[in-house]
Unconditional design. Structure first.
Lengths: 137, 137
DNA sequence: CTTTCATTTGCAACGGTGTTGCAGTATTTA
DNA sequence: TAAATACTGCAACACCGTTGCAAATGAAAG
């Protein structure tokens, strides 16, 4: 709780209940969340637009990162300290086709790839879909 | 032109001008296209909904595949013969931050990755963002 | 060539997504 | 405690993606 405020302070953001609640939702649920998920969890308390703007701000500040999806964007916490300037990730995202959850596999790095002449890669995003350990018996 | 009809026939789809036009748009422009791109190109001639349904049908039949993006889904031709049953791709997609184009790098395969116990991967989607050869001087 | 039947299309309508402008409210700082 | 600044809620808007249904079209058969 005090931790949350600290995180906001570090990123030069004012402490507001919406930001605290969005941040703690990300921490509690550990999987990637869509705007709709957050609206479902917090929509009684905050306006739709405020949640959007909170996500946008968190993105800019390097508190969360986008997670690609074949049916709508999601977001997840940046575990390592990203900042406004440097927003770098190289871990794999896994989406379970059974339970629908998408998770960061922080320890699984995207392998290096060889690109043809002239391509300057800057950012990598690997989504693997399949069945997660919970759903795979 | 006769080629197009052949493709539709192979997939047991009736020949309609909308399907021909959507298909030839994919063939002419070689990059990945969003629904909006197609509406821009063909919207005078066909209803929005018809274009959506054409994309959906082409997806199901294995004529096109989804290309993930951080700001809206795109679609691209399946170069190898995908079918309704088997829809497999393992090539890399590259999005240029300068010109905005996204392209299939058909010859660049996604490297194998090691996943923790219990994960059963089925589908891989790697998007690399950066600068493409055209924009990189 | 015409008829028939299944498929495809256009239109209307709806709910979700993502953004902006602006007035009012809350937080910070001093 | 007051002033300056940042944040929120509301209204409004432009896309996105889907569905139901009646009309139009294409394929196949007579
Ligand atoms: Mn992640
Ligand atoms: Mn592709
Ligand atoms: Zn699962
Ligand atoms: Zn480019």
């Amino acid at each position: 709780m005090e931790q949350l405020r600290q995180t906001l302070k570090v990123h030069h953001l004012r402490t507001t209940t919406c930001r605290e609640d969005v941040l703690s939702t990300f921490i509690n649920k550990k999987n990637a969340l869509s705007h709709g998920d957050l609206e479902g969890a917090l929509g009684e308390n905050y306006d739709r637009v405020t949640i959007y703007r909170t996500l946008k701000t968190f993105l800019e500040k390097g508190i969360i990162h986008k997670v690609l999806d074949d049916e709508g964007l999601r977001y997840a916490l940046c575990s390592h300290s990203c900042s406004e300037e440097k927003h770098q990730h190289d871990h794999i995202h896994f989406k379970c086709n059974a339970c629908g959850e998408t998770n960061c596999l922080e320890n699984q790095h995207i392998p290096a790839v060889q690109l043809p002449q002239g391509y300057k890669p800057e950012n990598f995003n690997l989504l693997i879909q399949g069945t997660c350990p919970k759903c795979n018996n």
